[in-house]
Each structure stands twice: as C-alpha cells, then as structure tokens.
Ligand binder design. Structure first.
Ligand SMILES: Nc1ncnc2c1ncn2[C@@H]1O[C@H](COP(=O)(O)OP(=O)(O)O)[C@@H](O)[C@H]1O
Ligand SMILES: [Mg+2]
Length: 431
C-alpha cells in the first residue's frame, strides 16, 4: 500500500478513529474532555480521596487495554483544572529498580516538569532550585562555586564528579520530595499527583521484588502533598493481596471493568464526530453494527482489542476507496493477517504446535500440564511448542499459580477464530 495519501481523509475524517493510544491529559486530535466516556463512580471516588486528603495512594487495576492509563490521565486532567500539580507523563516502574531509584526518578520527573514550566521555575526557592539542578539538571553532579550544597541531604558527595542515585539514601530522598512538595504548595498548588504506569512490569521478578520495592518506599509514599496513582494489570493485584503489609498502605483499590457494547459504540461514535473534517462533510461509516458486535464478543468488551482489530482491518483492505468494514470483510482481513503471521510459520512437521495453539484458542486459558494430559504428550515437548508460540507472539503468559503457568492467546491470535471459510491450503485451521 502506498502512503502518499491519508486513508482517513477518504472517510471524511481528520485522523484515525481507531487509535489505541491512551487519551492524553494534555489533549490532541481527541481531546480527553470530550472523548473520555463513563467511569463516573470511579472518578467520583478517586477525586474524593485526593481532594479530601493531604496524601493518598490509589491503586487502579484491570485487564490490559481496558482503559487504566486513560483513567489516570483523566483524573490528572481534572485535577490540573482544580489546581493540582502533576508531572508531564507518567513513570514506568522498571522491574529491576531499587527503592532508591524509584524515589530518585519520582523527584526527577517532578523536577523536569517544574524546569519546563515558564513562570514556575523562576519562582522556585533559589536554594532548592540549585540543589535540584545539581542532582537532576544540567549541572548534574557538579556544584558550581560551592553555591549548591548537597551535603545536607546526600551524605558524602564528591564534588566535581558525577553522582547519582547511589549517593542519596532513602531518608534524604524522602526529605527532598517533602521539600519539593512543600514548595509547590507554597507556590499555590493544592497538591501533586504522581502516576506510575504498568506496575506489573515488576512482576517479572515476582513477589520478592514487589515486596522489596513496596517496603522500601512505604515512608516515601506517606509524604504530605503527594497523591500516588498506581496502575497495574489484574495479575499483579492478586500478588498485592497476598502481601498484607503492602496492601495496607493503599486506599481501596479500583477495578476497572470492560465497557458494555452500547458504551463502546458511543466511544467510537464520539471519536468519529470529533474527527470530522468539517461539519458539512458526512463521514463514511467505517464499520457496520454487526462488525462491532462480532469484535465485542471476541474480546469480551476489551476496548483496545476492538480498536486494534478495526484499525488492522481498515489497513489491510482499504487502498484507494474507503470501505465500510462488514463482518465478512473483517473476518477475511483479520484471519488472513494472522494466518500469514502465525500459521505460515508452522510447517507440516509442526502440526503439534498448531494443535496446541488451537487448543489454547478453544480453552481461552490453559496450562502446560493440562495440554500434556490432553495430547498425551511429555510436558517437555509441550514446553518446546509453547516456547515457539510465545516467540512468534501467538500466546502469552497470563498468570502463575504455584508452579502452574497459564497461557492465553495473544490479541492477534484471536483473529484465527474468525476463519471465514475452509480455504487454508485446502484444510481448515478450526475444526
Ligand atoms: N473511558 C474511556 N473513554 C474513551 N476511551 C477510552 C476510555 N478508556 C479507554 N479508552 C480507549 O481505549 C484504549 C485503551 O485504553 P488504555 O488506557 O490504553 O488501556 P490500559 O491502560 O488499560 O491498557 C485507548 O485507545 C483509549 O483511548
Ligand atoms: Mg496502559
């Protein structure tokens, strides 16, 4: 497909109505104020916690693609209007972070935002500004003319040498955060909202790492003037519950659930309205009701899965003329896409890999052990197939329970379930 024209213009739209990016706090083609839909109760409760406490820790969890990042962005959007400060963007907690790195990066992102905000950095208390500059800014690691003393909070700083997180212990980092937050309040903000995305990244290192980070940052998270929003997928939440001491420091966690079909319809229709090229031009409907229904069922309402499928179907089928994606066009396009992506990778000798994939698609979630039992195979051989399937992105690990690892199909692999008719090299993929 050539890229010298914009397919969305052919539809009468300014941009892609099926983008899967989270809605941004700061707005773009799809301003969050107008594009955000629903979640009224959760928003009400979250705002109540933030607005009536000096400090809070909020956990938002739910399946991938359900709208967690967008939810946190919307809270921040509202809070900014109501006089709160929030760093630009969110922090992604890396699985190998130490508690000190967590704290260091938190203050760093606040500093960067202050530094970029005209009118704000000038007002910052000079001593604090210098201190921050030495730690995070252009003067990082260098103390100019002895002006910025870091000795007060850092311990042994070797002047003239670069120093980083290792120089600052958790007590000094907590004090520094407190100093910055107090200063923001002095400058007129009601508080600071800090958003950590994808907490589940920690999970790769399992329970000990979660414990280590959370225990290490407990005090840091109690600092007055800060509201911490943690976003995580559901599997991490299960882990959380097992760690009583960790769970204790959070306010009631919020589970975000999938939207209903009417709501998904409304979300996409709002996008179509917002993206209209002009009021006189009526956009061509990019899909039919039946198409949405099919995807809604396939993804049990998962918004990102639905949007991605529509996006892929348009990309695969529309060349020079806009088309309304009917259920049949959708099935053909998405099945073909996944057939090329996955099935073509497995030759005849690999039929067992294919059978295992099929079984995972049917079962929606299963384990190595269950597969071995079903196919009367050795677990090692099932493992080999599972590794191959993971490598090509057809399946992913959904959760672990003791020693059992549960696997689910990837979002694209689900498209194999849309096989339109028995034409895959003369044989059907599905029975
Ligand atoms: N409340 C909402 N209103 C409108 N669109 C939403 C809403 N929640 C999510 N979306 C859209 O759904 C997609 C997935 O949302 P995202 O926040 O990235 O999910 P998650 O963080 O849970 O993986 C994004 O394209 C986003 O714009
Ligand atoms: Mg997200």
């Amino acid at each position: 497909m050539t890229s010298n024209y914009n397919i969305w213009q052919l539809y009468g739209l300014k941009g892609n109505p099926f983008t899967t990016d989270p809605l941004s706090t700061y707005g773009d083609d799809l301003p969050i104020e107008k594009s955000f839909f629903g979640r009224d109760q959760e928003i009400e409760k979250t705002k109540k916690i933030i607005y009536s406490n000096k400090t809070s820790r909020i956990l938002v969890y739910g399946e991938i693609g359900i709208g967690k990042t967008t939810f946190a962005n919307y809270i921040k959007y509202q809070a900014i209007k109501d006089g709160y400060f929030t760093p630009l963007g969110e922090l992604s907690i890396q699985y190998n972070w130490t508690p000190e790195e967590f704290m260091f990066n938190t203050i760093g992102i606040i500093y960067t935002t202050i530094d970029r905000t005209t009118g704000l950095k000038e007002k910052l208390n000079v001593g604090l500004a210098q201190k921050l500059n030495v730690i995070f800014g252009i003067d990082r690691g260098y103390s100019k003319g002895g002006g910025a003393s870091v000795a007060g909070f850092g311990g042994n700083v070797d002047y003239g040498q670069s120093f980083g997180v290792t120089m600052l212990n958790s007590t000094s980092l907590k004090l520094l955060l407190q100093e910055v937050l107090d200063e923001l309040i002095r400058l007129g903000f009601k508080g600071t909202i800090i958003h950590y995305n994808n907490l589940e990244l920690i999970q790769d290192k399992g329970e000990p790492q979660l414990k280590r980070i959370m225990n290490g940052i407990r005090d840091f998270l109690q600092v007055k003037g800060a509201h911490f929003i943690f976003v995580s997928d559901s599997k991490l939440f299960e882990l959380f519950q097992q760690l009583k001491r960790v769970e204790d420091i959070f306010q009631v966690p919020f589970l975000l659930l999938p939207f209903k079909i009417g709501e998904v319809n409304q979300i996409i229709n709002t996008r179509l309205q917002l993206l209209r090229i002009s009021p006189e031009i009526n956009p061509i409907p990019p899909f039919e009701d039946g198409t949405l229904k099919l995807l809604f069922d396939l993804y049990s309402g998962n918004l990102r899965g639905i949007l991605r499928s529509l996006d892929c179907a348009v990309n695969e089928t529309v060349t020079s003329r806009p088309r309304t994606i009917t259920p049949n066009i959708l099935k053909a396009a998405l099945f073909r896409f996944s057939k090329n992506r996955f099935l073509s990778k497995f030759t005849r000798e690999n039929t067992i890999t294919l059978k295992i994939l099929k079984r995972i698609l049917e079962k929606k979630e299963t384990t190595n052990k269950l597969l071995a039992e079903h196919f009367k195979m050795l677990p090692q051989n099932v493992s080999t197939a599972l590794t191959t399937l993971r490598e090509v992105g057809a399946i992913k690990l959904s959760r672990e329970e003791g020693r059992a690892k549960y696997y689910v199909p990837s979002q694209e692999a689900l498209w194999l379930l849309l096989e339109p008719s028995p034409d895959w090299e003369g044989q059907t993929f599905l029975e």
